[in-house]
Design a binder for this molecule. Structure first.
Ligand SMILES: C[S@@+](CC[C@H](N)C(=O)[O-])C[C@H]1O[C@@H](n2cnc3c(N)ncnc32)[C@H](O)[C@@H]1O
Length: 192
């Protein structure tokens, strides 16, 4: 089982955004949608053993986390608007601190990174971290940021977490997920 969590610092926390303007009205929701796709899609198939968590921190209603479960998600196609439509479907579902499903395989709860870090041991993906190719073993849950740096408070929350780098260049978050998947795929299938 592999999980990816992406912090969307400006990502809208209600349904008041347009599928046609995910960068603006959605608070860079486009980045998060691409991360959903990079996390879950193979060519003509889904990675059923992967979950993708979107930590939404934008206006207007405090932190919320949307979870896409590869095992049970339906009606998701590999384009940003499809993932965004599912986010829009669940985002105003009344919820508390436990995940509540609002569409097949897509659920939402109140709470952000602090709560997520209590649920699972996170490893931070960071271009200055340890080279994944040199790591003897890799963990199962990875944290990324969107287009912005992690805040000081977020860095403090994950201060003791391991940090891994997929390479020397700073990549887009969704591209980082693809490279990480490639490394995990190679390890799982015995490629050197
Ligand atoms: C577009 S980058 C963030 C840009 C950066 N915060 C800035 O403003 O300069 C998005 C995220 O992808 C991940 N990332 C990018 N390049 C990486 C690399 N080479 N190794 C590991 N993670 C990387 C990090 O989690 C990063 O926060």
């Amino acid at each position: 089982m592999t999980s990816f969590a992406i912090v969307g610092h400006l990502a809208r926390t209600d349904g008041n955004f347009s599928i046609n303007d995910l960068p603006g009205s959605g608070g860079r929701m486009d980045i998060l949608c691409r991360c959903v796709n990079a996390s879950l899609f193979l060519s003509h198939d889904l990675r059923r053993d992967v979950d993708c968590y979107l930590v939404l921190l934008g206006a207007p209603s405090g932190p919320k986390t949307v979870k896409f479960s590869g095992a049970s998600v339906r009606s998701l196609s590999p384009d940003e608007r499809s993932a965004a439509a599912l986010i829009k479907k669940v985002i105003d579902v009344p919820c508390g601190s436990e995940f509540r499903e609002g569409a097949d395989g897509v659920s939402i709860r109140k709470g952000g990174l602090e709560r997520l870090a209590q649920d699972m041991p996170l490893a931070v993906l960071d271009e200055n971290g340890e080279d994944i190719r040199k790591a003897p073993a890799l963990p199962g849950a990875f944290l990324l940021s969107d287009h912005l740096n992690f805040t000081d408070a977020e860095n403090e929350l994950v201060r003791d977490c391991p940090r891994y780098s997929v390479g020397p260049k700073c990549l887009h978050a969704d591209h980082t997920i693809t490279v990480l998947h490639n490394e995990l795929d190679r390890r799982m299938s015995g490629w050197k």
